[in-house]
Design a binder for this molecule. Structure first.
Ligand code: SAH
Ligand code: SF4
Length: 424
């Protein structure tokens, strides 16, 4: 999501005649697109902004802008400006599309501009994008979130759910495919609730429309919410040949008590049922997830429930997080907050279980030939890389540049999560 927003900021700057600079010292403008989901993302952003103080002294014309969800937090913009008065522009998530007018205001006035809106702006379809992830194109389908999971800051900094019109999304999909993109990833905090506010469409219907677009391409989407992930969608996934055989279904916890405190609106039994249904329709589906440890009040027993769920489901991959207290969310006031050392121990145990699942899943690829969409070149490994329909990353040797092409790769070696092979 943030990555795609950065593509929009770059697109707006490009439309004003700016070009990508080779380094910070050569730049006329530096824009930080921040995230505040976890405290460490916020600390990193503040560190990086602070580090620019020297550069600003040597290059008086440098413009420094800071936007994203960090600045959208209540009272944060003022606090940030007080700490770093050399910042030229501070904007939020709600007025990202208006960045060009803030930039010209700053240039005309030669004075810092701080403009963070309380309310969501209208959906703008005319914002230019400078895409940077060929052959994949990110496409937003729904903005904001209505779910208010008790640990999460997103609904406070991104506002309520707003769906783009189906026609606008389908047209954007057609455009990127005609430009040669080979993969589309639809984005939303909860893609499953797409269209609820429109009343004219839903997520499954949208997928069917996009699936009709001619040409060979892969269709992915994220993120799903287990409470809204229904049979109609699973059926659609099994019927649409362009939809990849992988799904990101964040479970967060395996404990019913914690899921309730998190306000997730499903139980571990519901989650098992959805996974069974998914595997009934698409037996080889790769399921990935997000899991959090150390949510306030998480006991050893709750954590063991999470471990048990992870062992039983056998996720194809998992992003694991230590709960991070976000001020203004209900969980920030819940007691007791878990000792950080205990959270660290728990996440290590979780990672170790998931690592062994990853290794055995990778092993099952040995000797197989898979179709990879070549995404890039890894300078360190000196190999091309890409993913199969299950989302598994493979590296391979090749003399010609194959980025953006579908390539058959025979897997000869498997490690932790990635695969190694040769082009056939
Ligand atoms: N809308 C998506 C993504 C939200 S952010 C979803 O519901 O899945 C991505 C992940 O960050 C979440 O799934 C959650 O696991 C994690 N996360 C969110 N808030 C967090 C917090 N306060 N501390 C730690 N992890 C958090
Ligand atoms: Fe946050 Fe929950 Fe919304 Fe995801 S669904 S963005 S975790 S509130």
């Amino acid at each position: 999501m943030n990555l795609h927003e950065s593509e929009k900021i770059a697109g707006m700057l490009e439309s004003e005649g700016y070009e990508k600079a080779e380094s910070q010292s050569e730049a006329d403008i530096i824009v930080f697109n921040t995230c505040c989901i976890r405290e460490n993302a916020e600390d990193r952003a503040e560190g990086n902004i602070g580090a620019l103080k020297k550069l600003k002294k040597t290059n008086k014309n440098l413009i420094i802008a800071v936007g994203g969800c960090m600045t959208q937090q209540n009272g944060y913009a003022e606090k940030l400006y007080k700490e770093f008065p050399f910042i030229d522009i501070i904007f939020g998530t709600h007025n990202l599309d208006g960045f060009r007018s803030l930039l010209s205001k700053r240039i005309d006035r030669n004075k810092s501009v701080i403009d963070v809106w309380d309310k969501e702006g209208d959906i703008r379809e005319d914002t230019p994008k400078c895409r940077s992830s060929y052959p994949n194109a990110w496409i937003n389908i729904v903005y904001g979130c209505n779910n208010f999971c008790t640990y999460c800051i997103v609904p406070y900094v991104r506002g309520r759910e707003r769906s783009r019109k189906t026609e606008d999304i389908v047209n954007e999909c057609k455009k990127v495919i005609s430009e040669g993109y080979k993969e589309i990833t639809l984005l939303g905090q909860n893609v499953n609730s797409y269209g609820h506010d429109l009343g004219t469409s839903d997520f499954s219907s949208l997928l069917k429309e996009i699936n009709k677009i001619e040409g060979k391409f892969r269709l992915r989407f994220m993120t799903n919410h287990p409470k809204d992930f229904n049979e109609e969608l699973i059926k659609t996934m099994s019927e649409c040949e362009k939809i990849c055989k992988s799904v990101h279904l964040p479970v967060q916890s395996g404990s019913n008590r914690i899921l309730k405190l998190m306000n997730r609106h499903y139980s571990r039994e519901d989650y098992f049922d959805k996974v069974s249904l998914l595997r009934k329709y698409i037996p080889d589906i790769a399921i990935t997830t997000d899991i959090m440890v150390g949510f306030p009040g998480e006991t050893e027993e709750d954590f063991l429930d999470t471990m048990d769920l992870v062992k039983r489901i056998k996720f194809a991959g998992a992003f694991t997080f230590i709960y991070s207290k976000r001020s203004g969310t209900p969980a920030a006031k819940m007691e007791p907050q878990v000792d950080p050392e205990i959270s660290k121990e728990r996440i290590m145990k979780l990672i170790s279980v998931q690592d062994s699942v990853n290794r055995s899943y990778s092993k099952s690829y040995n000797g197989k030939t898979i179709e990879i969409l070549c995404e890039g070149y890894d300078d360190k490994k000196n190999k091309y890389l890409g993913r199969d329909v299950f989302g598994r990353m493979a590296y391979f040797d090749c003399k010609e540049n194959l980025i953006g092409q579908f390539v058959n790769v025979r897997i000869s070696k498997t490690g932790g999560i990635s695969l190694l092979g040769e082009k056939e």
